[in-house]
Design a protein around this ligand. Structure first.
Ligand code: C2E
Ligand code: MG
Ligand code: MG
Ligand code: MG
Length: 287
C-alpha cells in the first residue's frame, strides 16, 4: 500500500517547501474574505481497523482553495487566526460542513463517523455547546453521535471545570471526544482523569520510527497501558508503511490512519475509495 501511496497523490501537502515558496499568508482579512467567498473545503482521511481494513470513520481536514495561491494546508493559515474570533467562526463552519457532508454521503447509503479537529480555544468559548446544538437542529437527519471532536491543544486548556461542563453537554447529544497528537504539546494526564475523553490519538512523531527507535516503541507501549487502565481507545496517526501496521498490531494498536492507508481526499473521492479498496489479508493491508 505504501508503495502505491506516492502514485496517486490527491494533494501536495507534504510539499511544504513548495508552499512556502508561494508566500506565507499574512492577513486575517484574507482569511475572512476566503470564508465569505466559500473558499474553504474539507478533505477526508479514512481511519481504519488495522487488522480487518474496515473503515471506522474519517477525519475532516481543512484546506483553503485560494484563488491565487492554490490549495493551502491548514498549517499556513490556522496559526494566524488561532486566538482570533475568526478561528471560532471557521471552526463553526467546519462542524456544520461535516454535518452537511454526512448527510450527502448518507444519501448514497454511506453512514460514516466524522472526526473534526477543534482548537482548545474554540471549545472554551462560552456558547460552544449551544452552537453545536443549533447545528444539530439544522441537520435533523444526521445523528450527532456521528461526530467526534478531536481536541487540538494549540494552547493549554484554561478552565477545566468550565470545559468539563461544555463537554458533558456535548456528550449528552452523543458527541464523543478524542485527544489529538497525544503525548505532544500541552496534553496532560490529569485530563484523562477529569474529562470525558474516549480516544487517544497517538501523534505521528511517535509512530514514524517505531521499527528502529526503542524509545518511541516504549512510549507507544506505555500509552497503550495507560489507555487500557482508563478504558480509552487508541488510534495511531502517521501509518505510512505495512511494516508500521504489522508492528502496531503486535503491540496492541488496532486502529490507525496515515498515508500508507489513504491520504486525505476530497469528499467526492471517498465513496470511490470505500468501494475500491480490497480487504486485509493476514493483517497486512493492500488497498
Ligand atoms: P492532525 O489533526 O494531527 O492531522 C493529521 C495531519 O497529518 C494532517 O495534516 C494529515 O494530512 C497529515 N497526515 C496524515 N497521515 C499522514 C502520514 O502518514 N504521514 C504524514 N507525514 N502526515 C500525515 P494537515 O491536513 O496539514 O493538518 C495539520 C493539522 O492542522 C492537523 O493535525 C490539525 O491539528 C490541524 N487542522 C486540520 N484541519 C483542521 C480544522 O478543521 N480545524 C482545526 N482547528 N484544526 C485543523
Ligand atoms: Mg486531528
Ligand atoms: Mg493529530
Ligand atoms: Mg499529529
Amino acid at each position: 500500500a505504501a508503495k502505491q501511496a506516492g502514485k496517486n497523490r490527491l494533494c501536495l501537502f507534504d510539499a511544504e517547501a513548495d508552499q512556502h515558496a508561494r508566500g506565507v499568508l499574512k492577513s486575517v482579512d484574507d482569511i475572512r474574505s476566503g470564508l465569505a467567498r466559500d473558499e474553504f473545503v474539507l478533505f477526508y482521511q479514512p481511519k481504519v481497523n488495522l487488522k480487518t481494513g474496515e473503515c471506522i470513520g474519517v477525519e475532516a481536514l481543512i484546506r483553503w482553495q485560494h484563488p491565487e495561491k492554490g490549495l493551502l494546508a491548514p498549517g499556513l493559515f490556522l496559526p494566524l487566526i488561532e486566538q482570533h474570533e475568526l478561528g471560532v467562526q471557521l471552526g463553526q463552519w467546519v462542524i456544520a460542513e461535516a454535518f452537511r457532508q454526512y448527510m450527502l454521503w448518507q444519501q448514497h447509503d454511506i453512514q460514516m463517523a466524522i472526526s473534526v479537529n477543534i482548537a482548545a480555544n474554540h471549545l472554551q468559548q462560552a456558547n460552544f455547546a449551544e452552537q453545536l446544538k443549533q447545528i444539530c437542529h439544522q441537520f435533523p437527519a444526521v445523528p450527532p453521535s456521528m461526530l467526534e471532536l478531536e481536541i487540538v491543544e494549540t494552547s493549554a486548556l484554561q478552565d477545566i471545570d468550565y470545559i468539563l461542563g461544555t463537554m458533558k453537554s456535548c456528550a449528552a447529544l452523543g458527541v464523543t471526544f478524542s485527544l489529538d497528537d497525544f503525548g505532544t504539546g500541552y496534553s496532560s494526564l490529569s485530563y484523562l482523569k477529569r474529562l470525558p475523553i474516549s480516544t487517544l490519538k497517538l501523534d505521528q512523531s511517535f509512530v514514524r520510527d517505531i521499527l528502529t527507535d526503542i524509545d518511541d516503541l516504549a512510549i507507544l507501549q506505555g500509552v497503550s497501558g495507560l489507555a487500557e487502565a482508563f478504558k480509552l481507545a487508541t488510534i495511531a496517526e502517521g501509518v505510512e508503511t505495512d511494516a508500521h501496521i504489522k508492528k502496531l498490531l503486535e503491540i496492541g494498536y488496532y486502529f490507525g490512519q496515515g498515508y500508507g492507508i489513504a491520504r486525505p481526499m476530497p469528499a467526492e473521492q471517498f465513496p470511490i475509495w470505500l468501494t475500491n479498496r480490497t480487504i486485509a489479508k493476514a493483517g497486512l493491508l493492500d488497498y
